[in-house]
Ligand binder design. Structure first.
Ligand SMILES: [Zn+2]
Length: 382
């Protein structure tokens, strides 16, 4: 990838190109983002070079290293870094040429992980409370919402005052059709309505799907978290404030400009009225952002877009642990904010190291997967 224009590392070249070819897009991009790049240099002692070749040498399909030791060492000794910062939200991500360049999960690793997950799913089915939700989960004070392929339950240990679950009929969280997925969304939004009718001061819906334990799920059985709060949660509030500040200071719609920026960089696509893009400031690996002006429970394009992106993660990219969130406007939506859907890869279940460390929690995100590779693969399913 290195040296290729379609790489996040070379983003600044693309941005400079834009200054000539589309000055308006360039101005919007610079209005939202700040770029900072440089080369991190180091010296590898001779005694370490054989190991370096083994760790980082590019390999062919059979696993044979196809680079000379000098080529590998040159790449390691001078690493290009680009840091991208969203000036409005404060989101910031570092990409390193070496990490971006590193080959992704190998075919055999995906097969090993699939086997591991298949065993985990089978094993967890025995004695699974979520397989019998009406018997072994609490219900909300107003009862349950019954979907065709899912049912709601109160959360035994609540995150917040209104914190419940949509439990899928299917135990296997990775097996779902568009019809089933649509039902999960419809059931969630029906619950938001039910809570708002019961307690009108709770008017900010929030939806999250933590899939499998690496993404924070305590139960393997397919389920999503649904919440309703009086005020938006912190990160949703940041988004709402960004939207308002941006409108006040520039007169424009932040989300439209965000999409336009990614579009001018070749990182976005549309499905019907729904925009989506591979974020240039992903929170972690492979973050996709989908923007829908319509309530996803009432819009087939929105459901299809989320569904296709998710299926692409699972079936093509080999992502089995993911977080999906839907930031929603308030129930009355006087501000006309869009629904913002974000999906992120949380790494392989076979890895014992966490995907996030102190940098992500307290500094800036460090990301290896190139948004250009991601968008190309996702585009292929639309
Ligand atoms: Zn189950």
């Amino acid at each position: 990838m290195f040296g290729n224009i379609n790489s996040i590392i070379d983003l600044e070249k693309r941005v400079e190109n834009l200054r000539e070819t589309d000055p308006t897009a360039y101005a919007i991009l610079k209005q939202i983002y700040r770029f900072d790049s440089g080369v991190g240099s180091q010296v590898i002692p001779d005694s370490f070079k054989t190991k370096i070749l083994d760790y980082f040498g590019r390999r062919d399909a059979s696993g044979k290293i196809i680079e000379t030791p000098e080529e590998v060492v040159a790449r390691i000794e001078n690493q290009e870094i680009i840091r991208i910062t969203n000036k409005w939200t404060g989101e910031s991500t570092l990409f390193n040429s070496l990490r971006v360049d590193r080959p992704g999960i190998k075919g055999t690793d995906v097969e090993r992980e699939k086997n591991h997950i298949s065993k985990l799913i089978t094993k967890s089915e025995k004695g699974c409370d979520f397989c019998h939700p009406e018997k072994y989960t609490p219900e909300d004070v107003f009862g349950r919402i019954h979907g065709k392929h899912s049912i709601t339950a109160a959360n035994l240990a609540k995150y917040d005052v209104w914190s419940s679950l949509v439990i899928f009929n299917n135990h296997n969280p990775l097996k779902f059709t568009l019809e089933e997925f649509s039902d999960y969304i419809n059931t969630s939004f029906a619950w938001f309505e039910a809570v708002n009718n019961h307690s009108p001061q709770f008017r900010f819906p929030f939806f999250i799907w933590n899939c499998l334990p690496r993404a924070g799920a305590s139960q393997v059985h397919g389920h999503c978290q649904i919440l309703m709060s009086k005020e938006p949660y912190a990160k949703v509030e940041t988004l709402n404030k960004t939207y308002q500040n941006y409108k006040r200071e520039t007169g424009n719609d932040y989300f439209q400009d965000l999409y336009r920026t990614h579009s001018s960089l070749g990182l976005s696509k549309k499905h019907g009225d729904i925009c989506f893009f591979a974020s240039i400031t992903p929170i972690k690996e492979k973050e996709v952002i989908i923007i829908s002006s319509k309530n996803p429970s009432k819009d087939l394009d929105a459901k299809e877009t989320i569904f296709k992106a998710l299926r692409c993660f699972i079936d093509i990219l080999g992502v089995f642990s993911f977080n999906l969130s839907i930031s929603c406007p308030s129930m009355d939506n006087k501000e006309e904010l869009p629904y913002v859907i974000r999906i992120v890869d949380r790494g392989s279940l076979l890895k014992s190291t966490a995907d996030m460390g102190g940098m992500e929690l307290y500094g800036s995100s460090v990301v290896a997967d190139d948004p250009y590779i991601l968008i190309n693969i996702i585009n292929s399913v639309f």
